[in-house]
Design a protein around this ligand. Structure first.
Ligand SMILES: N[C@H](CCC[C@H](N)C(=O)O)C(=O)O
Length: 301
């Protein structure tokens, strides 16, 4: 089947955007994997699908936003993708409003196009309870640092016992932005063992739905450097929900103020959070259309 797509990127996190507002494409996980494949498909970290809101939620939101990782799995939230989603629906004339309400598996988020071309998204509130992540802390040591509970995680593989992995256990903050994040402090983001321990943390058995692994270097109270090994995609040039997760963990530990510039390999994101349980996290950053295309997809199971 032939399908039209739009290639977009937000701080180097790249996406294939599909329009299902008029009709569904009937794609399978194998199709999403092929679209994301950088050799046999278009190439992307995630596939974003634009849909009209289901009848039951009409009035609560303007669009539905479906996200699949490069491994084909559907996930709850994608921050950089949310900015590109808003840019897409506005540029395609699907919406005349610069601020829209978008229904995701994690709830409703609100992207707003800014005059300078960036997009600001109300990303909802961070969720900290293990069952909200989901995270099973059984058997792990914990410590309280300011307002953050940190857990000592042996980064080992599925067993989580570090078998075959010569890596020291790491203290992590665990938080959900609708999707799960494990954030650790590092002296240098550049020198962090992202490729070595990222895959081990992603699949650690304490995270039953896997997890995104963040490596945060605090530069000062308003600046961090961040790298993220993403669930289902590997290390990306930037991770929007990862930036939100890192900043709220840093604020709770008393290391960061309410507005933080997050420097990633793909560009700058700015995160704001007042720190209260009812306060939403605001994320601001770029959203760029790279090209339009058409691809022949084979029938796949
Ligand atoms: N890999 C993430 C989804 C994409 C998040 C990221 N690209 C962002 O900008 O938030 C997960 O499995 O939860």
């Amino acid at each position: 089947m032939q399908i039209d797509f739009t290639k977009m990127q937000g701080a180097g996190n790249d996406f294939v955007v599909l329009d299902e507002t008029r009709q569904g494409l009937g794609l399978t996980e194998a199709h999403y994997r092929m679209l994301a494949d950088r050799h046999f498909g278009v190439g992307a970290d995630q596939i974003l699908t634009v849909r009209s809101v289901p009848v039951a939620q009409q009035g609560q939101a303007d669009f539905e936003y479906i996200i699949h990782n490069a491994d084909g799995g559907e996930v709850e939230q994608c921050g950089n993708g949310a900015r590109c989603f808003a840019r897409y629906v506005f540029d395609k004339g699907l919406s005349t409003q610069p601020c829209i309400r978008v229904l995701t598996k994690a709830g409703i988020i609100e992207p707003a196009l800014q005059p300078d071309g960036r997009v600001t998204v109300k990303m909802g509130r961070p969720r900290w309870q293990p069952e909200q992540i989901p995270f099973d802390p059984a058997g792990l040591a914990s410590e309280q640092v300011g307002g953050l509970t940190r857990w000592l995680l042996p980064p080992g593989g599925e067993e989580g016992d570090g078998r075959g992995a010569a890596f020291e256990p790491v203290w992590i903050g665990v938080v959900s932005m609708g999707n799960p994040h494990a954030v650790q402090l590092v002296a240098s983001a550049e020198a962090a063992p992202v490729a070595q321990t990222g895959p081990l943390i992603e699949r650690n058995h304490h995270f039953p739905q896997r997890v995104n692994a963040g490596y945060m270097e605090v530069v000062d109270r308003h600046t961090i450097r961040l790298r993220v090994y993403e669930r289902g995609a590997g290390e990306t040039l930037a991770c929007g929900t990862g930036a939100c997760a890192a900043v709220v963990c840093g604020i709770r530990q008393g290391l960061l103020d309410a507005r933080v510039d997050v420097h990633t390999h793909g560009g700058l994101l700015t995160i704001e959070w007042a720190g209260g349980d009812m306060d939403e996290v605001l994320m601001t950053g770029p959203a760029v259309t790279v090209f339009e295309g058409r691809i022949n997809l084979p029938d796949l199971p």
